[in-house]
Design a protein around this ligand. Structure first.
Ligand code: SAH
Ligand code: SF4
Length: 345
């Protein structure tokens, strides 16, 4: 077990080493794994936890990913778009509320494409905040325009690197194109985040091991991992949710391999386990992403069932987030928290 952990730390691992760690059941061994990943996290970030305020500005989507509650074919959902001026205001207010990073996230809603350039410019002109974009796949030219407008980071989960599984889940998408988008973003100088869902129907331990190897090979600046949670109005409504323990293991192993990458304790972790985010912070995660979407829209941005924090206001989110960090023995710090400028204080 210790040999395997050391092999990962030295970047001399095999796929079987990762499969071994993903398959661990023994509680003592798991504890050793999580202690080690927490130690590597603290060597890189101290006890600091970074915040990213997430603004879910539209639930329109042109795609039909079969796991997702806001997929185009879900006709039961009331759709919303936050208007340009209000998104700008939210970005500026987020800074005043102590967020030095915001994530502008939406379905693949091309309605905004030109508007986004203005939104990014205005936010960056008014406040010194890192702007992360998470709007799915676009061509190189549009990613370039957003970068030139001032976007700093981009989140695009690969979801799974398993070709067959990717195809089965994405009727209107293609794994090679998604990978190409990630490499384009990198080429353009974004800090790039990717990630997967754990427990997708048909996903194997071996394919998760390969996902983790992909994170390493791509050298992701951020890795977001959460359990798959079925949504009642999707084709995957009667499947099982992903395992909490397995997701924790993915976080820990990713930390051992990528060391100083940003890893969030995701909302989906908090959704399937009452101590989910706290436990993730103790197993290698160093980021929390509180919801900064106006309360009236939150229930409509339901990617999965039972999503938490839907009825909270910004103040409650702040209190709750501080408590999560404290219970994990960490502290929230107000900074951008770029991967390339890690400083432990
Ligand atoms: N449209 C953009 C961003 C919004 S979706 C995109 O697809 O990149 C953000 C993330 O939500 C997805 O990457 C996916 O990993 C996650 N997600 C969607 N449906 C989910 C579900 N049922 N359970 C858990 N996570 C889900
Ligand atoms: Fe749209 Fe993203 Fe959901 Fe896919 S995961 S349906 S692209 S919002």
């Amino acid at each position: 077990m210790n040999n395997i952990i050391n092999a990962l730390l030295k970047n001399k691992y095999t796929t079987d080493d990762i499969i071994y760690l993903l398959s661990l059941k023994d509680e003592n061994k798991l504890e050793t794994l999580f202690q080690k990943s927490n130690k590597i996290c603290e060597e890189n970030f101290g006890k600091n936890v970074y915040l990213r305020g997430i603004i879910e500005f539209s639930n329109y989507c042109r795609k039909n990913c079969s796991y997702c509650g806001i997929r185009a074919e879900n006709k039961k959902l009331l759709r919303y778009r936050i208007d340009e001026q209000n998104i700008i205001k939210l970005g500026i207010n987020a800074y005043k509320d102590g967020f030095h990073t915001i994530v502008l996230q939406a379905g693949e809603d091309i309605y905004y494409d030109n508007k986004l350039l203005h939104i990014i410019k205005e936010i960056k002109k008014n406040v010194d905040i890192a702007v992360t974009i998470s709007i799915g796949e676009r061509d190189f030219e549009f990613y370039k325009k957003m970068k030139n407008a001032g976007a700093d980071r981009f989140l695009l989960r690969i979801e799974t690197t398993d070709k067959k599984l990717f195809k089965a889940l994405h009727p209107d998408d293609n794994l090679n194109y998604r990978k190409k988008c990630l490499y384009n973003l990198k080429k353009l100088g974004y800090e790039v985040g990717t990630g997967i869902m754990v427990g997708l129907p048909g996903q194997t331990i071996k394919s998760i091991a390969e996902d983790i190897i992909f994170f390493k090979k791509f050298d992701a600046d951020m890795v977001g991992v959460g359990p798959f949670i079925p949504h009642p109005d999707t084709p995957l409504f009667n499947t099982n949710q992903g395992s909490f323990k397995l997701t924790l293991k993915v976080i820990a192993i990713t930390r051992l391999l990528l060391k100083n990458t940003n890893i969030p304790a995701t909302t989906a972790m908090g959704t399937i386990h009452p101590k989910g985010r706290e436990m993730a912070l103790k197993a290698g995660a160093n980021v929390i992403m509180p919801n900064y979407t106006p309360a009236k829209f939150r229930p409509l941005y339901k990617l999965y069932d039972n999503k938490i924090c839907i009825f909270e206001n910004a103040e409650n989110c702040k209190i709750c987030t501080n408590q999560i960090a404290e219970r994990a023995g960490k502290k929230i710090v107000i900074r951008k928290g770029s991967r390339k400028a890690v400083s432990v204080k």
